[in-house]
Design a protein around this ligand. Structure first.
Ligand code: FAD
Length: 430
């Protein structure tokens, strides 16, 4: 008789600590007297995969694999589509259920759809668990929200009910010798375009350390974070993107400090972040001008024929070859570090709208740069941030100006004043 298993298809929450999907899979396995197998499907030609983001992901995954092995749970890396991994398991095991994290972005949704159909046909339960938000996106709101002010109270009225710590008290006896290990990484990385690695250390241990360091040293300066050298930013975005830290734990720990800046952090890391999740969940055109509000589409359309002083190609932007030393310095940081200071990200994106022929060109170029280079790229926050800058999503109409119409303007002088950043500090050749 085939052994019974419950599969955790891990994709958005690369962690053991406070991972509700892992807790759910262990609970289901216990109920069915089954064993747990965790699988990560390395999808071929995944959009914007490169050595920077894959090294970070795979090393984080090895840490999880080693931790799970101590509980007798194997984490297997499958090179191919998840559905093929499940077909393969089906030959060896009886699968009771497949558990995956809740996603909002299109590349994952299409994989999930195929697995859902397969499960239906095979009579296997398919369950999605929220791991990326404090308040699950559909419980926060049942519709596309207009702005931070329309979603804020919906989240803040509910989130306390989600802040409890969850612990995993589960172990089993299963052979874990075929699990994913560090010696497989180098060969795998050979398949991807090469980019300089991030200075951030991958994995959930590192993520928890970054959170502790931020609470101890950064939170004090969080209100000053618009200044480039304030050391007020948390640097948690990449860990959140790969699910190496629990957003619930992050919010709980920061709130526990009762620090005067804790509410500011909660506004960004919970309200704004979960507003981005709401946008990408309910607006599937999150990567297109058509995903903007009607006033923004109308105003940008009415300025399409305005003369542009500068128009650059994607290659010129990528190589930081604009006339503007501030923009070029930002782009050098994007390429070199895979991270850009939050306030500068807005300037970086707004200028692309001014220096392209069409707002859709600006969106396409920004998505390409954002998702290729940022370690936290390919994230709902990225698409929403770009749409906020270029197409006024979650913003309101401002004053009518050439090219950008009623979209909020940003200027170089104001940005330099606010950030106190000196572009001459950086070399400008990529
Ligand atoms: C054009 C543009 C592109 C962006 N691209 C990305 C991206 O690809 N990935 C990404 O995670 N963020 C993106 N952001 C949002 C934000 O700039 C980054 O999350 C932040 O700079 C990351 O640094 P941090 O973790 O040190 O931020 P902190 O200031 O320490 O914030 C803590 C957390 O709050 C959340 N957060 C902060 N600001 C925002 C915001 N404006 N909207 C939503 N959530 C926010 C993030 O999860 C962040 O990690 C983008 C913003 C803009 C304007």
């Amino acid at each position: 008789m085939k052994e019974s298993i419950v599969v955790y298809w891990m994709s958005r929450a690369i962690r053991v600590d406070e991972n509700p999907a892992l807790v759910e899979v262990c609970k289901t396995a216990k109920e069915h007297g089954a064993k747990v197998i965790v699988v990560f499907a390395l999808i071929p030609n995944f959009p914007y995969a490169n050595t920077r983001n894959m090294d970070f992901l795979l090393k984080g995954l090895v840490e999880v694999s080693d931790k799970l092995a101590k509980k007798g749970i194997p984490l297997l890396l499958y090179q191919g589509h998840a559905i093929d991994a499940f077909e393969y398991f089906q030959d060896k095991y009886h699968i009771h259920a497949i558990i995956n994290e809740h996603h909002v972005l299109k590349p994952f949704l299409s994989s999930q759809e195929k697995v859902r159909e397969w499960c239906l046909y095979q009579d296997v339960d398919f369950v999605l668990v929220n791991t990326a938000c404090v308040v699950p996106v559909e419980e926060a709101s049942g519709k596309l929200e207009f702005a931070a002010k329309t979603i804020r109270s919906k989240i803040t009225n509910k989130y306390k009910g989600y802040l409890d710590e969850i612990n995993l008290s589960y172990s089993q006896h299963m052979d874990t010798s075929g699990r994913f290990t560090i010696d497989q990484i180098e060969t795998l990385l050979g398949n991807y375009p090469q980019l300089k690695l991030s200075k951030l250390t991958p994995g959930e241990e590192a993520a928890n350390q970054v959170l502790s360091d931020f609470i101890e040293n950064g939170l004090d300066n969080y209100d000053l974070r618009n200044r480039f050298d304030s050391k007020g930013q948390s640097y948690l975005s990449a860990y959140l993107h790969f699910g190496m830290i629990s957003p619930v734990k992050m919010i709980r720990e920061v709130e526990k400090t009762n620090h005067r800046n804790a509410p500011l952090f909660v506004e960004e890391a919970m309200v704004r972040r979960e507003l981005a999740e709401n946008y990408c969940h309910y607006q599937k055109k999150y990567d297109s001008l058509q995903g903007a509000w009607p006033w923004a589409i109308a105003t940008l359309s009415s300025h399409l024929n305005d003369p542009r002083e500068y128009i650059y190609t994607k290659e010129q932007f990528e190589k930081a070859q604009t006339h503007d030393d501030l923009w070029n310095a930002c782009q050098c940081m994007v390429v070199e570090d895979g991270y850009l200071h939050s306030y500068l990200r807005m300037y970086w994106a707004k200028m692309v709208l001014l220096w392209t022929k069409h707002p859709q060109d600006a969106i396409d170029i920004l998505i390409y740069l954002n998702d290729t280079y940022f370690l936290d790229g390919r994230d709902p926050n990225g698409y929403t941030g770009i749409m906020w800058c270029v197409a006024g999503v979650h913003d309101r109409p401002w004053f009518n100006r050439p090219i950008i119409g009623l979209i909020r303007a940003m200027g170089k002088d104001g940005t330099l004043k606010k950030t106190k950043f000196d572009p001459r500090r950086l070399k400008h050749d990529i």
